[in-house]
Structures are given as C-alpha cells and as structure tokens.
Design a protein. Structure first.
Length: 128
C-alpha cells in the first residue's frame, strides 16, 4: 500500500505544470524608441557628445528601467538617414512622462538640438 501511494504521488507530480527558477516571468514594459538623423555638418565629436550624454541619462533619471542603443548597420539601406537608435524602457506611462520633463532630459535635448536634423519617436507596450 505504501508503495502504491508513493507511486501515485510521483505520477501525479509528473503531470503537474512546473515552473523553473531559470524561467523569468516576462512583465510588460513601455518602450520609448528614439532615432536620430544628424545634420550633415555635425562633426564626429558632436555626435559622440550626444551619444555619451544620452547614455548617461540611465544613471541620472531613476524612472529609466533600461536603456539600450546602437548605430545602424542594416544592409537594406532603408534607414532614410537615421543613424542612431535608442530604446528607453519604463515600467509605467507615468515614469515615461516624468522622464520627458525631467531637467536632465531637457539638458540632454539642449546638447542634441544644434546637431539634430530630424528625430523619430515611437512608444509601445511590449506584447508576448
């Protein structure tokens, strides 16, 4: 009887759904995607200053949950002159809105404006 009980418990345990500690629960996040097209006369030094200043926002604005960026390397030739892409992650729309008016963000925009030809911005909630 003891063996039967143990066998039934093991069989039941085998069919239960399992979760693994290594399987992270994916939470929705708000992505703020920003791409820049720089003026033709923008120097590499000016563009580098923009890169450093934007990347530094992660350490200056606490509502930023994540910040990734890079430069275009697509072979398709469809970037329409946009060379830099930034993905800023927020937990809530309130956090995103606080970021937009934050003094450090405004100071960054002051660095960006003299060399910016055109920005492209789109925000979206992640979906599974």
């Amino acid at each position: 009887m003891k063996t039967l009980t143990i066998s039934l418990l093991l069989a039941f345990a085998a069919i239960l759904p399992t979760t693994h500690a290594a399987d992270p629960v994916k939470e929705k996040s708000l992505k703020h995607v920003v791409s820049f097209k720089f003026k033709k006369e923008a120097t590499p030094e000016q563009i580098k200053k923009v890169e450093v200043a934007f990347a530094a926002l992660k350490g200056k604005i606490s509502v930023i949950a994540g910040l990734d960026w890079g430069t275009n390397n697509s072979p398709e030739g469809l970037n329409k002159g946009f060379t830099h892409c930034w993905v800023v992650t927020f937990k809530t729309e309130k956090d995103r809105d606080a970021y937009l008016v934050h003094p450090e963000h405004k100071a960054f925009v002051d660095i960006l404006k003299p060399v910016l030809d055109e920005p492209f911005v789109i925000d979206f909630w992640t979906k599974e």
